[in-house]
Design a protein. Structure first.
Length: 495
């Protein structure tokens, strides 16, 4: 009988599995059961059910727990299990709690028999600890049953139907099986960073938790390791049919954007769904500043029409999916403590694809016009005019400045005129269609050779390109103004 493909040591399957394991820094664990949970309407009841069913331990990690009716509901559920003899451990982030959770909330949990630790609190020895890398946004764990997602705890995720406030859109999973042991190890690592470690005897072994037939990979990212970044790059390179991404705070690196563009050029259906309105106003501008290269490369971009899209998911080729806390930006990829679960199963990936298509039904596609303007395919009602200097413009400017700095340092591309002024370079050195030769004190007299026309010209004013030689179809408003100001370029002599 022929040996199965998965058992052949040099098969394509084995090569890809080895590549994924190296990129993610963790092996593929089989024998699991995974259930997809959409928004708080499915996630919160599953969490409360798992808390109520816990018999030995509950491990609860969250970036933000709001001190509102939703947070109090979870507090009461945790205290009830602690009173029943279950060991309950809770980790929260100091910065995430500022302005959202009163000290009395955590004191009440401690008085209820719960072990509570704060991640990165400032102190005399480390006054800027709050500025250090952050933990993953959310993780709920008990032993036989674990839940993984990017949700936090608060009223915003629930919404208020009576007041017409929609809930935030988010995604999570419920996980049973051997991979739960990897989640427990990730929690134990975070717990040890905030105090005494959990004894090894309290942590489960993989072989003690069989549950199903789904293969998953738990990726516990640490600052500086970039496991999910490497895996995302690998998936973008390996996808052959589809790659559908959802992200709350997208600010893609040049390398990742180029990976998505390369996949789209090869015929892969690459789509990106991002929020239309963000809870972090500056990131909205940063995300939109990156639309153009994606759209020009064939990537389809959509903006969610609801109040906030907080999910961080990916699904590729109908067989691979990722759900977790990692956003598609550099801070999340290499600067934070994050936690994600990659699932390799056609059934689960099919559910993710169906959910993605449903979400696109509530989203608006972003397109490029004939003049290369980035617009919504169906323009939303216009908002009242805003004052100059908006956050979006400032964020886009920050991206441009960062790109200019990188270009000046590496010489990888020609700077634009505005960027050249930022970096202290003469504007005329940034025009790609002209070659130049200068002489005289301070290089004040220059001869230009316009590469398209082929003859030398000396401009009538300070050294600058022959804007009149640029075809009208390629002129910008700046070059048109230059032509009107200079009139025409006259033949002349160099020094």
């Amino acid at each position: 009988m022929a040996e199965s493909v998965s058992n052949q040591p040099h098969s394509a399957f084995a090569v890809f599995e080895e590549a994924f394991a190296r990129a993610a820094g963790t092996p593929l664990v089989t024998g699991n059961e995974v259930r997809l949970l959409r928004a708080a309407g499915e996630n919160y009841p599953a969490w409360l059910e798992a808390i109520a069913a816990a018999r030995r331990t509950i491990h609860f990690e969250s970036y933000i727990v709001h001190d509102d009716e939703t947070g109090q509901e979870f507090a009461q559920a945790l205290k009830a299990r602690a009173a029943a003899g279950v060991r309950v451990r809770v980790i929260y982030d100091w910065l995430g709690a500022v302005g959202k959770t009163a000290r009395g909330f955590w004191r009440d949990l401690r008085e209820g028999g719960i072990e509570v630790r704060c991640f990165n609190p400032p102190g005399l020895s480390s006054p800027f600890a709050w500025f250090l890398p952050r933990p993953s946004e959310d993780a709920r764990r008990g032993w036989a049953h674990r839940l993984r997602h990017g949700l936090c705890v608060g009223r915003a995720w629930v919404g208020d139907a009576a007041r017409g406030i929609e809930p935030w859109r988010d995604t999570g999973i419920a996980l049973r099986g051997p991979a739960v042991a990897d989640l427990e190890l990730a929690f134990a690592r975070m717990w040890a960073l905030a105090g005494a470690p959990i004894a090894d005897a309290e942590l489960p072994a993989r072989e003690s938790l069989p549950a199903g037939d789904i293969a998953v990979r738990v990726i516990a990212g640490m600052p500086g390791t970039a496991e999910v970044y490497r895996l995302d790059q690998l998936i973008a390179a390996a996808a052959r049919q589809t790659l559908w991404l959802t992200d709350a705070y997208f600010v893609g690196t040049t390398a990742y954007v180029q990976s998505l563009r390369a996949a789209a050029r090869d015929g892969v259906d690459v789509r990106l769904l991002v929020p239309g309105a963000s809870d972090i106003w500056v990131l909205r501008g940063l995300s939109r500043a990156g639309y153009r290269p994606l759209l020009e490369g064939g990537v389809r971009v959509y903006e969610w029409n609801g109040p906030m899209l907080h999910a961080k998911t990916a699904v590729a080729d109908g067989r691979w999916a990722r759900v977790g806390s990692t956003n598609l930006n550099l801070q999340s990829w290499i600067g934070n403590w994050e936690l994600d679960v990659a699932v390799e199963d056609e059934g689960f990936a099919g559910q993710m694809e169906d959910m993605y298509l449903d979400d696109l039904g509530r989203a608006t596609e972003i397109t490029l016009t004939r003049r290369a303007r980035v617009v919504r395919a169906t323009e939303a009602p216009r908002l009242p005019a805003r004052r100059p200097g908006s956050a979006g413009r400032a964020a886009a400017g920050a991206v441009s400045i960062g790109s200019a700095v990188g270009a000046a340092m590496t010489g990888r591309r020609v700077l634009g005129p505005a960027e050249a002024r930022i970096m202290g370079q003469p504007e005329w050195r940034s025009w790609p269609w002209a070659s130049w030769r200068c002489s005289g004190p301070g290089r004040s007299r220059c001869r230009w050779r316009c590469s398209r026309s082929g003859w030398p010209r000396a401009c009538s004013s300070a050294p600058g390109p022959c804007a009149a030689s640029e075809p009208r179809s390629r002129r910008t408003p700046q070059t048109d103004r230059e032509v009107r100001r200079r009139g025409r370029c006259r033949a002349g002599r160099s020094g």
